[in-house]
Ligand binder design. Sequence first.
Ligand code: SF4
Length: 63
Amino acid sequence: MKAFVDKTGCISCGLCISICPAVFTFDSDRKAQADPCDVPEGSIKSAISARKACPASVIDIEY
Ligand code: SF4
């Protein structure tokens, strides 16, 4: 499973990072990034929760 963030729409709220810190972090411009984009087995549920919670709907999950 892979996670992606469309940084152009990210409003830097930090929600994804607080829900799934193993995958989502801020880059130097305080835009969220999925790094690594390969979601570790133990973080699949939280990555999906982060996608649902993102107020800007800019997180994409690929199965
Ligand atoms: S939840 Fe969405 S808008 Fe908020 S930091 Fe993450 S990607 Fe950006």
